[in-house]
Design a protein around this ligand. Sequence first.
Ligand code: NAD
Ligand code: UDP
Length: 336
Amino acid sequence: MTIFTSEFNQSNSEAQKRILVAGGAGFLGGHLCETLLDEGHRVVCVDNFLTGRLRNVEHLFSNPRFTLVSHDIVDELPEIGAVDQIYNLACAASPPKYQENPLHTFKTSVYGAMNLLDMAERYGASILQSSTSEVYGDPDISPQPEGYHGNVNTVGPRSCYDEGKRAVETLFYEYHQQRGVSTRIARIFNTYGPRMSPTDGRVVSNFVVQALAGEDVTIYGDGSQTRSFCFYTDMIAGLMALMNAPDTVSEPVNLGNPTEFTVLELAETVVETLESSSKLRFVDLPKDDPKQRKPNIARASDVLGWAPKVSLAEGLAHTIPYFAAETDLIAHVPMA
Ligand code: NAD
Ligand code: UDP
């Protein structure tokens, strides 16, 4: 465990909070740390850099309210002092990444969450878990409301992630019921944007990087499976609204963009937007790949007044130049 700190002893103003972001060097975590600092809070980022990258947070090092702790949350947390809020975003989100070491993925969800829940109890902090639409597995109904209990394989390549997240939800429920911890559960649907790793392996990053390079765009299966893509700015707003909602909002809340696309439509959109010479290449569908994903966001609308604002076209317009710069590819990028 290593602590890099520029956080000095500062007097907290009434509104200023000290906030722990586990997984803070990842795609969503980096944006969340930055937004919380912009709002005047003190932020402690804990990450083991499994899929996170220093470049997602290094621009924050000069901020005296930012601390980075290099640590694996599977292991007991180092003493980092009292916090007011904890966001748990620690867990690889990309199927090829979380399947590299399935036991560690499962432990990250379960042991990691228990370590953070114990810390929340100790300091009386509110804690938010980044759960996932994967708790619905390969759903029998669409769109998926929170009351749907899912259709998940307990023994397959995705189980370490899906069942790990389902177990975390149970832990959150019981820490709230039995111990009165102030808990929040966000069921996140596919989210994309700048700061995703170009080698992440998820569909948006793969398609954009492939189309920029003029390489074949790899469609798994026939591309008829659907996903609903949320831009990161909407997701960060949703996560923060949920964290700051009343304690009564302890039940899971879907956060995602309900506009549904087939994977084939996404591939065609990316190739057309980039005016790319890439061809579509159909390869085997991975085992247990869900056929559809579309959030019912009525609860988020009711309890948080939240709805996503950014369309896929707008989000891609911000994401494509990022990947072009990130991959140093010389490509035709028509948008500013
Ligand atoms: P990401 O892979 O970019 O970020 C995850 C971060 O967690 C990385 O920085 C990684 O190094 C860190 N991490 C992983 N295991 C850890 C451990 N044991 N200890 C400490 N740090 C660890 O993924 P993301 O897209 O930013 O996702 C953030 C969270 O949101 C994840 O929990 C993910 O399951 C959830 N989520 C994301 C999406 C999405 O589409 N982006 C969808 C559903 C759920
Ligand atoms: N996918 C694809 N080509 C790729 C990567 C992913 O067709 O290069 C498909 C994948 O099989 C899934 C969808 O795109 O049906 C979304 O995959 P992703 O890995 O982004 O996340 P998931 O929602 O499956 O966790």
